[in-house]
Design a protein. Structure first.
Length: 155
């Protein structure tokens, strides 16, 4: 087990998201950096133990939810999501729209401390802001990414 560095826990408010090699998008919130191994339970009928054995099964990755403020004339979320139509046409051009997405937690010197790498990510859902006449808030839009793998890299 590795020894923790520093005297205090890392703050979570300083991070950067890189969408493939194309461009970098600013976000106010990233959530869903979850992964788990499903459990396979098994018991043979002639087992002397009256409980099931448990063994690791498939790995399951949560969808990543990314939120940011809505800006006039900025339709990046919608345009990225629209490219998923290429997947539905049945040709192989859809694979070119899957991206490696890198999420980096940064220290006060803007250096990455922890890096999460999503493999073959693509937007499956875009949610526009809710509208409320008496609200005093920034309009927030949300994009949900699906992916085929999550790795964590230490700086």
């Amino acid at each position: 087990m590795s020894k923790a560095k520093g005297d205090y826990p890392i703050p979570k408010f300083h991070f950067r998201v890189e969408w493939g090699n194309d461009f970098r998008m600013g976000f106010t919130e990233v959530s869903g950096l979850d992964f788990e191994t499903e459990v396979i339970e098994y018991r043979e009928g002639n087992s002397k133990k009256y409980n099931k054995l448990k063994q690791p099964g498939l790995t399951k990755f949560a969808n990543i939810s990314m939120k940011r403020g809505t800006f006039e004339g900025d339709f990046d979320y919608y345009n990225l999501w629209r490219k998923t139509y290429m997947f539905q046409e049945g040709n192989d051009t859809g694979s070119q729209y899957r991206r490696t997405v890198t999420i980096k937690l940064l220290n006060e010197k803007h250096d990455p401390i922890i890096t999460w790498v999503l493999e073959n990510a693509w937007p499956s859902k875009v949610q526009s802001t809710d509208l409320k006449a008496d609200a005093n808030e920034v309009a927030i839009e949300t994009m949900e990414l699906v992916h085929e793998g999550l790795t964590i890299q230490e700086a």
